[in-house]
Design a protein around this ligand. Sequence first.
Ligand code: APR
Length: 387
Amino acid sequence: MVIVGAGPAGLVLGNVLHSGGVDCVILERAAEEHVTTRARAGFLAAHTVRVLERNGLAEGLRRRGQRHGVCEFRTEDDRFRLDYGRFGRGEHHTVYQQHELLADLLERFRGSGGRILFETEATVVRDADTTRPSVAVREPDGRPGTWRTRYVAGCDGRHGAARRALKPGSVRHHRDHGVSWLGLLAEAPPSLDAVGYALHRRGFAGHMARSSATTRYYLQCARGTTPETWSEERIWDELALRMRAADYGPLRRGRILQRTVVALESDVLEPLRHGSLFLAGDAASLVAPSAAKGANLAVLEAEILGRALIDDLVHADPEPLDRYSARCLQHIWRAQAFSHWMVELLHGATDPNGDCRFQDGLRHSRIEALRTSRTQQDWFAENYVGV
Ligand code: APR
């Protein structure tokens, strides 16, 4: 079994397969240090924590993760806090930085004898429509190599080799939300004890705790923005303005460690199985980061795929594998629906020449429903924490 990509999807899958007695190798393009230090997501849904726990992968997050169950909305009118951990199913998020989780998963995988090859890029997946597919690779010294196997799991993200191998007939449903975010990692303690969502005429601003010393911030920015045009001073001034620091308290400033511009896009590939090739994580579906679903979906799909592969390879039961695509697509569309709702909640009209009033009216109404309706709060909580 060959797994391409060592993100949350690939590493969870590798661990599940290993503990189920299936031999596998993980091929990863990047260097080990890159995988275990690059700051990315960090909001784990309750179900994700359960998946990691039942597969023996939750030790680090149990020790260092922090429970989170409140978000705060700031609007033109005022602010309100939504204690979502008390609504819906009463579930919380665990804040645990993705690179820490990946380091835990890697250690566990290696500890159980798993093989992982860094700086090994999959260039082509061949013969996916047969029972003897292969993955062509560029090895660390630049030489070509080939891995032959029974199944290939494409966990290599949206620009990976798995997507490139798909034949005509596979469908990609795509939505460009027309907005971009400047994603920032600040060397500064969180300024709120909640996830902060600020809706502002100048654009959305977001605040998410990552650790006691680092905070993730987001600023909606124009398409085509280059991160370098944002100085630290400009970033903090704009965050303070949009988050209404003058009214609700100053932000704790610090060095900006990372800045990247993300265009908000979503897509879903159908089906997720192509003969002997399976897609999981971002390779299967890209979710806009508005509701932090990407890594959670990746973990969910990896477990479903891992168990189905064990059923097929160890117990000679191919049925769960046949159902993999349909089963995951249900979860994916549900996550897409909520993320899309969040995109519309957080951003004003995106057409600079258009009339914003209709969009603003809708946003105002959604916020009011969230503020006042218990049913709406339950719905939000269930979808926000769930996958
Ligand atoms: N060959 C080998 N490895 C590759 C190749 C390739 N051709 N292309 C990409 N990769 C590797 C990348 O270097 C990366 O480490 O695949 C990995 C994919 O990992 P992620 O991008 O983290 O994707 P995934 O595991 O699907 O997790 C998705 O994680 O950060 C969150 O929210 C984010 O939605 C995202 C989620």
